[in-house]
Ligand binder design. Structure first.
Ligand SMILES: [Cu+2]
Length: 592
C-alpha cells in the first residue's frame, strides 16, 4: 500500500540539513599525468546527527577524489593498497523479510535479528580497481581475479584516448564487489575534451557539480539509536540490499545552495542495486522543463533531450549529464529531487503527478528524498544550450549490421532453496542435444542451447576488433538488469516485448529450456520504449522483464580479456558476469 509522503513514518534523520559535499578534485595535468592514490581505511560522517562511520575509501574518503583528465593525455595511477581490517561493514541476512509490524526489514536500520556474516568480518583488504567507462588496455582494466593484496601497489596506465565523459572508478573484486563498494571504494573520473569546451559548458565549480547517488544503512545501539556503523542487509526474499537512506556525495539527503543560474550536474547512480527515477518538484509541482539532458554514459548526445515525462531513470552505473536552469527563481525558492522507483525495480511506471506520494515501504522506498536545491545569492550568467552537441558518432550503418555477428544471452534467475538465488547469463550457441531455447519472431524460429552459464566456464565470445556485433539480451527474470560491457561503448538498436515459458525444471545448473516469442504478454504494462536519453553512447543498458534488448557494439580499442556483467552488484557477485576476449583479426587464422 502506498503511504503518502506527508503521512509516512518520520525519517530517523532530518532531511536537507547537511550541505552537499563536493568531492576533492585531483586534476591529472597538474601532476603531469602521474597520480598516486592510496586505498585505505578512514572515517566519514554521513549526516550531521550520525556518529562517524568507519569506511574504506580512495584516500580514505567517501567518495574518493574526482580525477579529472584530458582526452589524449595519458594518466598513470599508482594505486597503493594500504587497507587494513577490520572490514567496516556489517553484512547480514535478516531471518525474516518484515518485522512484527509488517514493515520490510530493509526499510529499517539495524540488523533486524540477522547474524553478522563472519566471513565479511574477516576480510582483510584485497581490492582491484576498475575504471568504469574507460577505454583501458586489458592489463589495467581491473580483472576481477587479479587482486591487489594490502601492501601491494599496482601501477595502471589509462591512455585517455576517448571522448569527454563522466566515468567512475571502483573496486571490482570477484564475489565481494558489493561489500567493497558499499564500504566506500568508489570515486568519479571526468574526461574533458575540446568539443565540450567549444560548447562553453560549465566546467568545474561552482556551476558544474557531480552527484554520486548511493543508498546506505546503519546499525542501532542497544537504545535503538543510530550508530554510524555501516550495515549491508538483505533478507530471505530479496537478495539485493536496498538501504533506506539516500546518500549524495557521501551525505544523507543533502541540500545544495544554488545561485539563480544554470548548473551542470554530472549524475551517477553508484548504488549497489537500487534504480532511481528522479523527479524535481518545486513545492509539489514537477518542473522538468528546467532540465535538459546533454550527455549519457560515454558523453555528449548528438542533441539535447528532455528528461522522460515520469522522471530520469538511472540504474546502477548509469550516468546523466544534465543542465538545470534556476535562473528565474527568487532567492529562497526550493526545489526537491525525489525518487519514485520501487525496489527491486522492474520498469513499472509511476506518474510524476503523484511524486509527492512516492513513499512506499513495501516497495522498499520508505523515504523518496534524494536532494534539495535552495536558491540564494546573485544571478549569474545563464548558459545557452547548444542545439547540436556531439558530431563524432552516427547510428551504426545498416550494411554493417546486416552482416554482423549476432550473439544471444539469456538472463536467468535460479531458485536455490535455502541459499540466495543464483543469477546467471546463459550464453546461447547453436542447438545440439539437450534442452532447447527457442526464440520465435513471426515465422522465424532460432534454436539455441546454453554454451556457458558461469563466470568460470570457457570463454565463447571472441569479438574481432573493428567489426560491429549485435548482442541480444533476453530477460527471463522478473527484475530489470543493467547490463554493462567493459571497454568500448555500444548503441541500443531495439527494445522489444517478449513472452516466454520455462517448463518445470527448465532452469538447471547449466541447462536452460525456454520458449521465447517476440510478442507482448497480455498483462504486460511496460511500454518497452527506448528513452531519448538512451540513444547515445552507452556502456550500461537496462533490460526490463519480458523484454529483449539488442545492442550494437564495435570493439575498436584493445585486444584482451574483458568482462560484461549485470551492474547490480549483488547479481554480479553471484554470478551474473562473463568474460569476452577481443581479438586482433590477424590472429584469427592461428586460433584453434
Ligand atoms: Cu542483475
Amino acid at each position: 500500500m502506498n503511504a503518502p509522503l506527508t503521512h509516512a513514518k518520520p525519517a530517523p534523520l532530518a532531511p536537507f540539513v547537511d550541505a552537499l559535499p563536493l568531492p576533492s578534485r585531483l586534476i591529472a595535468l597538474e601532476h603531469d599525468g602521474r597520480l598516486t592514490v592510496s586505498i585505505r581505511a578512514g572515517t566519514h560522517r554521513f549526516h550531521r546527527d550520525l556518529p562517524v562511520s568507519s569506511v574504506w575509501g580512495f584516500e580514505g574518503m567517501v567518495p574518493g577524489p574526482t580525477i579529472e583528465a584530458e582526452r589524449g593525455r595519458p594518466v598513470t595511477v599508482e594505486w597503493l593498497n594500504e587497507l587494513k581490517g577490520p572490514f567496516p561493514v556489517l553484512d547480514t541476512v535478516a531471518p525474516e523479510p518484515a518485522d512484527a509490524d509488517g514493515v520490510p526489514v530493509q526499510c529499517l536500520p539495524g540488523l533486524s535479528g540477522g547474524e553478522p556474516n563472519r566471513h565479511a568480518a574477516g576480510l582483510t583488504g584485497h581490492t582491484v580497481v576498475h575504471l568504469h567507462g574507460g577505454l583501458t588496455p586489458a592489463s589495467y582494466d581491473g580483472w576481477a581475479e587479479n587482486l591487489f593484496a594490502p601492501g601491494q601497489p599496482a601501477v595502471f596506465d589509462y591512455p585517455m584516448d576517448q571522448r569527454a565523459a563522466l566515468l567512475w572508478y571502483h573496486d571490482h573484486v570477484m564475489g565481494i564487489t558489493k561489500l567493497d563498494v558499499y564500504a566506500g571504494l568508489a570515486g568519479l573520473w571526468i574526461v574533458r575534451d575540446e568539443r565540450e569546451r567549444e560548447l562553453e559548458l560549465p566546467e568545474g565549480p561552482p556551476f558544474e557539480v557531480p552527484l554520486l547517488i548511493q543508498d546506505r544503512n546503519f546499525d542501532l545501539d542497544e537504545h535503538g539509536r543510530l550508530t554510524g556503523q555501516l550495515v549491508h542487509k538483505t533478507d530471505p526474499e530479496v537478495m539485493e540490499a536496498f538501504p533506506p537512506f539516500t546518500v549524495v556525495n557521501g551525505k544523507v539527503w543533502p541540500v545544495l545552495e544554488v545561485r539563480p543560474a544554470t548548473y551542470r550536474f554530472r549524475v551517477l547512480n553508484g548504488s549497489n542495486a537500487r534504480t532511481y527515477r528522479l523527479v524535481v518538484l518545486h513545492e509539489v509541482a514537477p518542473e522538468h522543463e528546467r532540465i535538459t539532458q546533454i550527455g549519457t554514459d560515454h558523453g555528449l548526445l548528438r542533441a539535447p533531450v528532455a528528461v522522460p515525462a515520469d522522471g530520469l531513470v538511472l540504474a546502477s552505473a548509469e550516468r546523466a549529464d544534465v543542465l538545470v536552469d534556476f535562473s528565474d527563481l527568487p532567492p529562497g525558492s526550493e526545489l526537491t529531487v525525489l525518487n519514485t522507483a520501487r525496489a527491486p525495480f522492474d520498469g513499472s511506471p509511476f506518474p510524476v503527478s503523484d511524486a509527492e506520494n512516492a513513499a512506499d515501504p513495501e516497495g522498499l522506498l520508505p523515504y523518496p528524498q534524494v536532494l534539495r536545491f535552495r536558491v540564494a545569492g546573485e544571478p549569474a550568467n545563464s548558459v545557452s544550450i547548444p542545439r547540436k552537441l556531439a558530431t563524432d558518432y552516427e547510428a551504426p550503418p545498416a550494411e554493417a549490421l546486416a552482416g554482423a555477428r549476432r550473439r544471444a544471452i539469456a538472463l536467468v534467475e535460479r531458485e536455490m532453496g535455502d541459499e540466495p538465488n543464483m543469477l546467471t547469463m546463459r550464453e546461447l550457441g547453436p542447438a545440439g542435444d539437450g534442452p532447447l531455447v527457442t526464440v520465435s519472431d513471426g515465422d522465424e524460429t532460432t534454436r539455441y542451447r546454453v554454451v556457458a552459464a558461469h563466470f568460470e566456464d570457457a570463454t565463447t565470445f571472441f569479438p574481432m576488433l573493428g567489426e560491429y556485433e549485435v548482442w541480444q539480451l533476453i530477460n527471463l527474470t522478473g527484475d530489470t538488469h543493467p547490463i554493462h560491457l567493459h571497454l568500448d561503448p555500444f548503441q541500443i538498436l531495439s527494445r522489444q516485448p517478449i513472452r516466454y515459458e520455462i517448463p518445470e525444471g527448465g532452469i538447471g545448473g547449466r541447462e536452460l529450456a525456454a520458449t521465447v516469442t517476440l510478442a507482448r504478454e497480455p498483462d504486460d504494462e511496460l511500454d518497452h520504449a527506448i528513452d531519448d536519453n538512451e540513444r547515445g553512447l552507452k556502456d550500461t543498458i537496462r533490460v526490463n522483464p519480458n523484454e529483449i534488448v539488442e545492442i550494437a557494439v564495435r570493439f575498436n580499442s584493445y585486444s584482451g580479456r574483458y568482462m560484461y556483467h549485470c551492474h547490480i552488484l549483488e547479481h554480479e557477485d553471484r554470478d551474473m558476469m562473463r568474460p569476452f576476449v577481443t581479438m586482433a583479426p590477424e590472429l584469427m587464422p592461428f586460433m584453434a
